[in-house]
Design a protein around this ligand. Structure first.
Ligand SMILES: Cc1ncc(COP(=O)(O)O)c(C=O)c1O
Length: 305
């Protein structure tokens, strides 16, 4: 099936037709994974379209670039402008935004100096893990692939190369008929999903794995921890062994793409009652409430287009 792409993209300083945003096959990033990127969603709200935590996402993009010594030719506020402009150019009422910066065509050695190319794409994206999953949940499995050890590849950078790990985990899960894969860290303890953070519910409290477990410090994860604490729900960040996936009352994944996706079963064992539970539903209500106005935006997370 032919894919449809949006008409415009922002590339190296200007909005241009999608088909013109090309790069050379010998660009450094094509060979070595040397890109950093973000995934950001905008939502329609009663006060107009808002980009969720745009500044925090762009801050993380610059942090990822700092880790890899990737010079950024545009300032954060220029990329914030670009994000708004690409939504407007494509006339999108809501969007998934993909800013990316990468080492372009330059030298061919690993430490070669290369110009940094920057783009911001925007398109309309439904639920990442498939239609209906936000309501019905998914069946997940623990991957046979572990996350990288913390002294090998920094999980705190959202860099293209990290997603080789995510591809192994996600593709294995799909091949085996699961909705998503969950990875263990090199310690043997739980890390996160292929492209999502994890939350478990025990006796009404939310438990999530710590950043030391080779995971991306998710902005959705941080938002949910904040919303839960504001609502009086206890939040515990701790190392969690695998078997607690089977023993928790509820389990869900979260991320910009996956939003809040309940997990009904892991490795064929039902989680709790085998369907999305009440704490998951409450977190969905609080999170999606930010966009319909039922959850007050007390921290300025909605950045209007
Ligand atoms: C590996 C990984 N973990 C977690 C997340 C969730 O992060 P965020 O909530 O900032 O989108 C993502 C998505 O970006 C991810 O790719």
């Amino acid at each position: 099936m032919a894919r449809e792409y949006p008409p415009f993209i922002w590339h190296n300083g200007k909005i241009k037709p999608w088909a013109e945003a090309t790069t050379h096959v010998m660009a450094h990033a094509v060979h070595y994974g040397s890109s950093v990127f973000e995934g950001i969603r905008s939502y329609t709200t009663p006060k107009g379209q808002a980009i969720f935590r745009l500044s925090d996402h762009l801050k993380r993009l610059f942090h990822s670039a700092k880790i890899y010594d990737l010079p950024m030719p545009f300032a954060q506020d220029e990329l914030a402008r670009a994000s708004r402009d690409v939504i407007s150019a494509n006339k999108l009422p809501k969007a998934y935004l993909r800013p990316v910066a990468f080492r372009g065509l330059g030298g061919f050695g690993l430490s070669a100096e290369c110009p940094t190319d920057v783009a911001v794409a925007a398109w309309d994206m439904g639920p990442y893990l498939g239609p209906g999953v936000i309501e019905q949940g998914i069946d997940a499995c623990v991957s046979s692939w572990q996350r990288f050890a913390p002294n090998t590849i920094p999980a705190g950078a959202k860099a293209g190369g990290n997603y080789l790990s995510g591809q192994l985990i996600a593709r294995e899960a799909r091949r085996l008929g699961f909705g998503e894969g969950i990875a263990l860290a090199s310690t043997g303890l739980l890390s996160e999903g292929a492209g999502e953070n994890l939350f478990m519910v025990f006796d009404g409290a939310l438990h999530t794995t710590p950043v030391s477990a080779a995971l991306l410090n998710g902005i959705t994860r941080n938002s949910l921890m904040t919303l839960a604490r504001d609502a009086g729900i206890e939040v515990v960040e701790r190392d969690i062994p695998r078997e607690y996936l089977y023993l928790c009352d509820e389990l869900f994944m979260c991320g910009t793409a996956a939003e809040i996706t309940p997990i009904r079963s892991v490795d064929g064992k039902p989680v709790g009652a085998g369907k999305p539970g009440p704490v998951t539903a409450k977190m969905q209500k609080l999170f999606f409430g930010l966009f319909d106005g039922s959850t007050p935006d007390t921290r300025g997370w909605l950045e209007y287009v």
